[in-house]
Structure formats: C-alpha cells, structure tokens
Design a binder for this molecule. Structure first.
Ligand SMILES: CC/C=C\C/C=C\C/C=C\CC/C=C/CC(=O)SCCNC(=O)CCNC(=O)[C@H](O)C(C)(C)COP(=O)(O)OP(=O)(O)OC[C@H]1O[C@@H](n2cnc3c(N)ncnc32)[C@H](O)[C@@H]1OP(=O)(O)O
Length: 325
C-alpha cells in the first residue's frame, strides 16, 4: 500500500514539476515552441481586435495614417515609431481621431521593424483633452456606438500592444488623455501641466477599464481617492504619486528620454519582453475582450440618462465660459 501511495505521490509531483517547468524548458529549447506557448497562453493576437493590414511600406518614413489627425513616423535605424495626435485645438478624442490612432497602432503591430512607440501631441500645451464631449452630448445612436467601440479597440490595441510604448506627455492630459498615457508602459511629462481621471467632476463615471489602467500605475488607495474626487495632478504631484515616471524639461527632452527608455529593450529578448507584458496585462485585456458589448450597452444607457446629459451640458458651458473670460 505504502509503496503504491509513494509512487502515486512521486508521479503526481513529477507531472506537476514538468507542467510548471514546461514553459521555461520550451523557451530555452526552441523559438517556435516559444511562439506556440504564447499562442497557447492566448495572449497574443487573439487579444487584439481584428488587425488592419500593414499600414504602409516601411521607409522613414512619414507613415501617414490617411487622415492628418494622426502623424506616424518611423526611425528606420532604431525602429522607434512616433505617433503624434494632431487635432487642434486640444486633441479631444472624437471618432475620427480614435480611428486614426487605431489604424496607427494596428499598423505598427504588423510592422516587424517596430521596436517601440512614442505617443505624443502636436499641440504646444495639450497632450489630449480626453474624449470629445460633443460625441457624448446629445449623441446620434449609430455614431456614438461606433465611437465607444473604437475607443475600446484603441485601448485593446495600445494596452495590449506587443511593442513597448511611452507617452511623451507634452501638455495637459485629463480623462481620456490620461487613459491613453496609462495604456503606455512609461510616462514622461513636461512641467506645469495637469493629468488625471477627472470624470466625476463632469458627473460621469470612469468605466472599469479606465480604473484598472490607473491601478496599473498607482496604489489602490491613491487611485480610490483620486478617482472618487476626480483629482487632477500637477506634473510634480503626478511624479510623486507614480502616475508618471519622469519629468522632462520640454517636448524635445521628453522625446529624447522616451527614446532612452525604449533603447534599453535592445538588450532584452523581444518575445520574452512581450510575453511578460501581455501576461501582466492579461486579465484586464481578457475582461475587455469578453465584455465589449456589455460595456458598450452600459455606456449607451449611461450617456442616455437625462441627468448625465445635464451634467455634460453644464460642463461644456463651463468650458465655454472659461474661454470667454
Ligand atoms: C453606473 C455607471 C457605470 C459605468 C459607467 C459607464 C460608462 C461611463 C460613461 C461615460 C464615461 C465617459 C468617459 C469620459 C472620459 C473623458 O475623457 S470626458 C472628457 C474630459 N475632459 C476634460 O474634462 C477636459 C476639458 N478641457 C480642459 O480642461 C481644457 O480644455 C484643457 C486643459 C484640456 C485645455 O485648456 P485650454 O488650452 O485653455 O483650452 P480651452 O479650455 O480654451 O479649450 C479650447 C476649445 O476646446 C474645447 N474643448 C476642450 N476640451 C474638450 C473636450 N474634452 N471635448 C470637446 N471640446 C473640448 C473647449 O470647449 C474650447 O472650445 P471653443 O473654442 O470654446 O469652441
């Protein structure tokens, strides 16, 4: 009896050890097995929305993304792409800007030469003013659906990108602007601007995935206080709390620092880096993939509430009044 039990325990232990070691063993043995392992883990392409075909041929390329709302350049030598939001005056994220961003991110995903991406803005003072409030105020049913679905896809593509990403935050970055930067792995911000998820100040609620993006950067307690109060942080405060990683003196410095951050990955195996990132982000990505429709329905019914429309109207009036002063 005892020998039989010992045999069973030994065998079970061996199987368990083999199971645990299998991924490591595979990685060491064979690159193709490594890729198969990634597929098995369901954390590569399946997690991204349907990919557009490669954006354009690789040359340094100003890789134009059809519309002028998003500029895409690629440094052929380093493989670092720069995606610049260009929707004056404040890069508010309307459907077309989101579509431009999605196309850029998906194109880079398919570009084998891409070793990293810097997200920045062409505005001298604003990174992005967040979602275009006009997309949510008295919305048209079809357009608002497409708007939200595209935002979800942008989040999936950026948060789940296989290449490393940095936000060079060269201006104010409220709400959706902050969200874009939180999708990146590293944030470098210029002085004397503001950043945060201020949704409650507009009388709206940051969706779960906005919050989980923030929780990837700062501790739960800090996030709870910031989210419930809709707090905006100055550059210095954001650095202190960990919402950003570095301060740069100006945009050029932010870009240089971003390139330096990305260059460290030249020494890291790209697949090891990518799988580590996607493993860390797996549960949030999977949640979104599985709940896109539910999230859309919640958003649609939420923005349809008269009280939410009233809040948005008042907030817009406040923005206009500020402008008039
Ligand atoms: C129970 C429910 C459960 C779950 C919830 C489910 C769903 C949740 C539903 C909704 C969630 C939706 C999430 C939304 C997130 C967002 O991103 S909302 C947008 C928040 N953005 C802001 O609050 C930023 C507002 N803007 C500013 O603070 C300033 O503009 C900024 C500091 C960025 C720049 O300042 P400045 O350079 O001085 O520019 P102006 O303020 O003068 O603005 C210039 C013109 O731009 C217009 N504008 C600014 N921001 C926006 C915007 N986000 N959308 C549209 N338009 C904007 C501004 O009115 C000026 O226009 P004008 O020239 O007067 O025409």
């Amino acid at each position: 009896m005892l020998p039989t039990m010992m045999f069973v325990i030994d065998t079970a232990g061996l199987v368990l050890r083999l199971f645990l070691l299998l991924p490591i063993y595979r990685i060491k043995v064979n690159f193709l097995d490594f890729v198969r392992y990634a597929k098995m883990m369901n954390i590569t392409r399946q997690l991204r929305p349907s990919l557009a075909k490669a954006l354009m041929p690789t040359a340094m390329r100003a890789m134009s993304a059809d519309s002028k709302l998003v500029e895409l350049t690629m440094n052929e030598k380093t493989g670092i792409a720069t995606v610049t939001m260009n929707r004056p005056p404040v890069n508010s994220l309307n459907l077309e800007l989101l579509q431009g961003l999605l196309k850029a991110f998906e194109g880079l995903e398919d570009d084998r030469k891409c070793r990293g991406m810097i997200l920045t803005s062409s505005s001298p003072t604003v990174f992005s003013a967040g979602l275009d409030i006009m997309e949510m105020y008295k919305p048209k049913p079809d357009r608002v659906k497409e708007f939200w679905t595209t935002l979800q896809d942008v989040w999936l593509a950026l948060y789940g990108s296989s290449f490393p990403t940095v936000a060079a935050i060269n201006g104010h970055s409220p709400a959706g602007g902050c969200l874009l930067s939180l999708c990146c792995e590293y944030r470098i911000m210029c002085p004397n601007y503001s950043i945060g998820l201020n949704e409650t100040k507009l009388g709206i609620v940051a969706p779960k995935w906005f919050m989980s993006s923030m929780l990837g950067a700062i501790p739960y307690r800090e996030a709870e206080l910031a989210l419930t109060s809709g707090r905006m942080f100055s550059t210095d405060e954001a650095l202190k709390i960990g919402l950003i990683d570095e301060v740069a003196s100006d945009k050029a410095d932010a870009i240089a620092k971003s390139e330096k951050f990305l260059s460290q990955f030249a020494k890291i195996h790209p697949i090891a880096r990518k799988l580590t990132k996607l493993n860390l982000r797996h549960s949030a990505l999977e949640w979104m993939q599985e709940n896109k429709e539910l999230d859309l329905n919640i958003f649609i019914s939420f923005v349809g509430q008269p009280i939410v429309q009233k809040s948005l109207e008042k907030y817009l009036e406040g923005l206009k009044a500020k402008q008039a002063k």
